[in-house]
Design a binder for this molecule. Sequence first.
Ligand SMILES: C[S@@+](CC[C@H](N)C(=O)[O-])C[C@H]1O[C@@H](n2cnc3c(N)ncnc32)[C@H](O)[C@@H]1O
Length: 260
Amino acid sequence: MNEEQYEEWSHYYDVTDEVEFREVNICISGKPSPDLWNQKRVLEVGSGSGRFTLKYADRTSLTLAIDPDEERIKMMKVKVNQLGLSDKCCPIAGELCALSKSLAGSDFLEEKFDVIVFPWSWAYIDNKIETYDVAKSLLAKDGMMVFTMVVDGEFEKFVIERNHLHKHLYETDAPNDLNRNIKSMNLLKELMEEDQFQMTKRSITTSFKFDNIDVASRLIYPLLIEEDMDEIKPALEMYSDDNGRIIMSDELLCVVARSN
Ligand SMILES: C[S@@+](CC[C@H](N)C(=O)[O-])C[C@H]1O[C@@H](n2cnc3c(N)ncnc32)[C@H](O)[C@@H]1O
């Protein structure tokens, strides 16, 4: 997904936030409602506009949320102020490798982080090895790194089946999303094995419910032009329940790695 597509997509993105956060929390701990975040120092890499971050930041001692996308960070700052979380949650625009240099010596990096989260961002990071090395250097002893990604699901199948709609849209990007996730996952596994991290992989199927086809199609296909929209609506109807809500499920994979 390129920047322009994410820009548009992010306006619809928060629709699914509650359900994903709950599922990921279960993935991380193996049980619901963990005290996972309580009084922890957390670094979130690729926070976007804070969809995930703002579900837990109030419980942490500090959450540093970074993303190279300045617009998304601006959106997040507004939300942080509205929620009265500015003493707990600091959104900063930039990518991890550059920020680790510019913030060196600041209060933010004075102590290491108990938890470092990559919420649906690992697969999108270009300089993965360098980013992983920096994250590792910022992780506290016995700290935990969490990576989440979608690895399979109806959405992927749907996209692949309907690929003819994508000529001028994602072209090959959407079907390749799955490949990209798998490749990213394999690289992560190699890096972690080399470092002898203890890795736990948990996957869970989550359902996304959209109130109507317009919201669903906008979320799934952010840049759809009107004539494609007409073509896709009947297909999305296949996934509607009796109340006309669209339900699609994706398999989320969550990798939890503990340093030794
Ligand atoms: C699919 S979005 C997920 C955003 C957010 N975590 C969420 O769940 O709403 C992927 C995010 O990764 C960010 N990203 C891409 N490269 C990055 C990098 N090198 N360091 C940190 N974040 C990066 C993008 O700007 C984007 O906001």
